[in-house]
Design a protein around this ligand. Structure first.
Ligand SMILES: C[S@@+](CC[C@H](N)C(=O)[O-])C[C@H]1O[C@@H](n2cnc3c(N)ncnc32)[C@H](O)[C@@H]1O
Length: 465
């Protein structure tokens, strides 16, 4: 059951926010506008200066707003090439490009949402609502996933200009998307509908972290679409699983793309609650982590583990850095418990242990060579001593964990060792009552980079080294 208001007026809360008015968007998506964008892109590719180009464009495009929109779309196309295969035909505004999800992450989320829709208990009537669809980064991925199961996507946004660009982008991508200019909080979903939302994470230029500060507000979205079969809300990874506006029993998935933590997705609906039991207690939501390779393929998934609280102890033979998605999902203690590790400090997600640990995509284990006071002089002395000598050819890397330092000055204080990624690594670590400098070899033994490693969480007691 789906009831959508007719095309809504521009005064709705939140829009239009694209910096592009509807008339200019209509021109931009016309043959004349597209020709201007293509001309501007080619000129920028050829090294033409933007001022010069703007003056030249004025010969064909008299309207200053149209010229600015074409130029901005051309600049965006060039930066979108790194992420979208079809970038040279897509249309963006600067803000919309900044807000668009990475296509690899969009595809992962869209596939997971449609799998839930068709996978559990039936009842999916075939409509996916994308609430706050922008220029369609996510909507295109949703439409591809929906087409595979015979479903359709309705893209909802308060900004009519963005929706015009979305319609153009959908055509370029070869997908079918219906657009509706409406408030995503007023659109009716219902029990047979699946919803996706990607609320704005910046308000007045400031990055927001609280759920209620997003646009549209996440608690309002959850309330407005409480009846939906499934709802996936893409949020900043800075969102806390303990946010007071997150109802108990939901699922929060922290997503890491390569080595970068990129987002937290809140899932509601059947399946999200498999969670409910595990989500009880001090943390209301089920928290899990997903690792995607750079191409977006899922490398590993970490379900919520136990609630072990690891003891804190001295740094042992291995220093273990847990993948950021697992740390955000508060899984570091469960991971550590499975490999017999302890924490370096109560306030740090860094682990340590005495025996070699199995290779895992969820952490990197660095062989410890020395634990020193966190004083530059002490580290400098060690770096010029016999133990450091065999490793120095590969250079020295510095990492800071909770320690503040002015890097150029620190390098100077350390005697300016040759920098490099394959010799030694010095981790300055703030502990609960003091700080230490832990010198390790710079390659984490034979552990590969997280995204390329195997897919299974570590098993207690396995010794892969
Ligand atoms: C982060 S952007 C979406 C980006 C999009 N998912 C993509 O990948 O291209 C958020 C969008 O929400 C829209 N928005 C804000 N408040 C809204 C509301 N109440 N109803 C519908 N859309 C809204 C904004 O106009 C903006 O386009």
């Amino acid at each position: 059951m789906l009831a959508l208001p007719p095309d809504a007026p521009d005064h709705l809360d939140g829009g239009p926010v694209s910096g592009l008015d509807d008339a200019t968007a209509r021109w931009l998506t016309s043959p004349a506008g597209l020709a201007a964008v293509a001309q501007a892109t080619a000129a920028l590719d050829g090294g033409e200066d933007t001022l010069q180009l703007s003056a030249r464009l004025a010969r064909d495009v008299a309207d200053a707003q149209r010229r600015a929109a074409a130029l901005s779309a051309a600049v965006c196309r060039r930066s979108a090439r790194a992420r979208w295969a079809e970038a040279d035909d897509l249309l963006f505004t600067r803000e919309a490009l900044e807000q668009a999800s990475d296509p690899a992450v969009s595809a992962h989320r869209a596939d997971a949402l449609l799998a839930r829709a068709v996978g559990e208990g039936g009842g999916f009537e075939g409509t996916v609502l994308d609430l706050g669809a922008g220029v369609g980064g996510d909507a295109m991925a949703l439409a591809r996933a929906a087409a595979r199961v015979g479903a359709r996507v309705v893209a909802v946004d308060t900004d009519p200009a963005r929706l015009r660009l979305l319609a153009h982008n959908a055509e370029v991508a070869g997908v079918t998307i219906t657009t509706r200019c409406a408030d995503g909080l007023e659109v009716t979903s219902g029990p047979g509908v699946v919803c996706h939302a990607d609320p704005g994470r910046r308000v007045g230029g400031r990055r927001v972290r609280r759920l209620r500060e997003h646009r549209p507000s996440v608690p309002a979205l959850l309330a407005a679409h409480a009846d939906a079969l499934h709802l996936a809300v893409a949020l900043s990874p800075g969102v806390e699983p303990e946010d007071p506006d997150l109802p108990p029993g939901l699922e929060v998935e922290y997503v890491q793309l390569g080595t970068a933590l990129v987002e937290a997705t809140v899932w509601t609906g059947a399946g999200a609650g498999a969670a409910a039991g595990a989500g009880a207690g001090p943390h209301p939501a089920l928290r899990r982590a997903t690792l995607l390779g750079a191409d977006g393929t899922e490398v590993a998934r970490l379900p919520q583990g136990g609630r072990e609280e690891l003891a804190v102890g001295e740094v042992g033979a291995w220093l273990i850095e847990v993948a950021p998605a697992a740390v955000r999902a508060r899984q570091h203690d469960a991971l550590g418990a499975a490999i017999g590790a302890r924490r370096v400090a109560r306030t740090r997600a860094l682990l340590t242990c005495d025996a070699a640990v199995p290779v895992s995509p969820w952490y990197r284990a660095w062989p410890v060579l020395a634990v020193l006071p966190a004083r530059p002089k002490a580290v400098r002395r060690w770096l010029t001593g016999p133990e450091a000598a065999p490793h120095l050819d590969g250079g020295v890397e510095i990492v800071l964990h909770g320690v503040e330092a002015e890097m150029p000055r620190l390098w100077q204080q350390l005697g300016r060792p040759v920098r490099g990624p394959s010799g030694l690594r010095v981790a300055f670590i703030r502990r609960d009552d003091d700080a230490v400098a832990v010198v390790t070899r710079a390659s984490p033994s034979d552990a590969p980079d997280p995204p390329d490693a195997g897919t299974d969480p570590p098993e207690a007691g396995t010794d892969a080294h």
